[in-house]
Design a binder for this molecule. Structure first.
Ligand SMILES: [Zn+2]
Length: 209
């Protein structure tokens, strides 16, 4: 007899209140979410095994933030505070572009444009240069990086990161097997429901993974 068991991250609301959302630029209701790793048997969660992370989710725009967002001074720090999906999308795009060697000017331009449409704001050149440097110094693979931070993201954030990665692999017009393999590892690390990620791949004109 074959037993099917595994692990799955589950998000649970631990608290709520009002906070200043840096992405909305105004006060909104937030949920404090905790992500626990659950042992599953035949895909049914049986018991939690460990805490993977926690985040603050804006109930207006659905962006997620590090819990430090609750302590920030909106007048002083809000502009500096970046949503987790935004940090993750940037890092994943640069790491995927770096995977096949060096990044050229046109790739940087494409990443900048993809990132601007995700973050819905202008990204300045210094920001891009700093992120390129950080992505180079980060020795983790895309999947390792994502496994470390996926517990800071809700489904909306995971979708944004996946779409950012797809934008990068589509950028040069050719999608090869290595890129699809990397994408498949990213999806696994994101811990997204298969139907959800396949829906996005279909929409983007890519094969199911
Ligand atoms: Zn918001």
């Amino acid at each position: 007899m074959l037993f099917i068991w595994g692990f799955k991250g589950r998000n649970k609301k631990m608290g709520e209140g009002e906070f200043f959302c840096p992405d909305c630029g105004s006060y909104h209701h937030y949920f404090l979410m905790i992500v626990k790793r659950w042992f599953t048997f035949y895909f049914i969660p049986i018991f939690p095994t460990s805490t993977l992370g926690e985040y603050v989710e804006c109930q207006n725009c659905k962006a997620t933030f590090n819990t430090r967002v609750l302590e920030l001074d909106p007048k002083k720090d809000a502009e500096m505070f970046e949503a987790e999906f935004s940090l993750a999308a940037k890092r994943v795009m640069f790491k995927m572009a770096l995977a096949d060697g060096e990044i050229d000017e046109s790739e940087i331009e494409q990443i900048t444009q993809a990132f601007q449409s995700i973050a819905k704001r202008e990204i300045d050149k210094n920001d891009i240069a700093a992120e390129l440097e950080a992505a180079r110094d980060d020795t983790r693979t895309v999947a390792e990086y994502m496994a470390d931070i996926s517990a800071q993201l809700n489904d909306t954030g995971k979708e944004q990161v996946l779409r950012a990665a797809i934008a990068v692999i589509k950028a040069d017009g050719i999608i090869d097997d290595d890129e699809l393999k990397e994408l498949s590892e990213l999806i696994k690390a994101l811990d997204m429901p298969k139907a959800y990620s396949n829906g996005i791949l279909l929409e983007e004109g890519l094969p199911k993974l």
